[in-house]
Design a protein around this ligand. Structure first.
Ligand code: 5GP
Ligand code: MN
Length: 347
């Protein structure tokens, strides 16, 4: 193979070069990261509705189950859970002409789907806003860390490809959900003018933003609220010399309070509400691994921190990671490595 061609195969081509392939007349799979959040599910279903309107045979496959508070999204009832429907999902991935990969940028984030996706001959299209994409895995795509959310990028995709008139109430609800959750309800610096212009355009469809807010934030069990009380009272430690707060959740806590997928989301944000705290970390003792969430304020880079110490990654101020050690040992690891960052956390 000539060197240049070989090089081209390794390059992810800009998403704009993909637009001429719309509408797609081959089967399409849309997928996202494991345990999808509002942005992952919202962007997948927003794109699903657009492609459906163009007559494409399209299926959304989630690598795992998802939080109950996402079930209201139009189209969610058609989303296939890979873990629960392996044979069917594997067949769809194998026979797809295109696989859209939304809100993640390394195949490992799709857990058990990573291998079937890598082996599929489909063209893979990335739309994502996390740092350090695995570009060699994708044929086309856009990776833009300055974007508020993948939902904003799917909105850009629909408008820039010339199909803006397809944006209806269903698409608006889905895309608004991810925009809202990934910007912390429009409070993060990423909620700039383009975000607010997008909201104005979505509002023209007549969808109710209050309803989206209620569906996502006011839809939990009593037990989950009591669990938050327990976690704040009994599972949090604050290290003022490091401007850091740490929280842990044991397996017993998860059982005692009947904690379901999605119920621990957002807990880490409480840590940053303490005056002066620059780094918040929470570790949850899940069946398969110890799952870390990191949040920071200002110039402490949790993407690099998570990559370096906890096999993770994400954004500059919001990242996740994992450990296969025990809860006690991974907490100890955190307490040890954090000492190296005393000066970074104090300026
Ligand atoms: P969360 O703490 O809400 O689970 O994740 C924060 C951000 O980091 C999200 O954008 C999420 O997609 C990303 N993230 C979470 N866990 C991981 C991980 O294990 N690896 C990578 N690369 N990103 C992660
Ligand atoms: Mn996102």
């Amino acid at each position: 193979m000539p060197l240049l061609m070989h090089f081209c195969n390794l390059m992810m081509r800009p998403i704009q070069e993909f637009y001429s392939q719309l509408p797609i007349n081959q089967p399409v799979v849309i997928t996202t990261h494991q345990k999808p959040d509002g942005d992952a599910m919202g962007s997948s279903l927003g794109l699903f509705h657009m492609l459906k309107a163009l007559g494409t045979d399209v299926t959304v496959i989630s690598p795992t189950n998802w939080a109950r508070f996402l079930n209201w999204m139009p189209g969610c009832e058609h989303v296939l859970d890979f873990e629960a429907n392996r044979a069917k999902a594997q067949q769809l991935i194998k026979s797809a002409g295109y696989i859209f990969c939304l809100d993640f940028n390394t195949l490992s984030r799709t857990r058990n789907m990573a291998q079937p996706i890598a082996q599929s001959s489909a063209q893979k299209i990335l739309i994502d806003h996390h740092q350090q994409p695995e570009v060699e895995a994708f044929s086309f795509g856009e990776s833009n860390t300055s974007k508020s959310s993948t939902c904003e990028m799917v909105y850009d995709f629909i408008v820039e490809s010339g199909y803006g008139e397809l944006i209806n109430e269903s698409i608006a609800q889905c895309l608004y959900a991810g925009l809202m959750t990934d910007t912390g309800s429009f409070r993060f610096p990423s909620a700039g003018a383009s975000v607010h212009k997008m909201v104005a355009r979505l509002k023209e469809t007549g969808f109710s933003h209050s309803k989206v807010h209620e569906e996502i934030y006011d839809n939990f069990s009593e037990s989950r609220l009591r669990f938050i009380g327990h976690a704040l009272l009994n599972r949090m430690s604050v290290m003022y010399e490091l401007n850091t707060a740490l929280m842990y959740i044991s397996k017993k806590d998860l059982l005692d309070y009947e904690i379901k997928t999605g119920d621990t989301e957002g807990l880490v944000n409480y840590l940053l509400t303490i005056e002066g705290i620059r780094l918040g970390a929470i570790v949850v003792d899940r069946d398969e691994e110890r799952k870390w969430s990191f949040r920071s304020k200002g110039n402490f880079d949790v993407n690099t921190f998570a990559r370096k110490h906890f096999e993770g990654g994400g954004h500059f101020n919001a990242a996740g990671g994992r450990s296969s050690k025990s809860l006690e040992d991974t907490k100890q690891d955190f307490l040890e490595v954090i000492q190296q960052y005393q000066s970074a956390l104090n300026n």
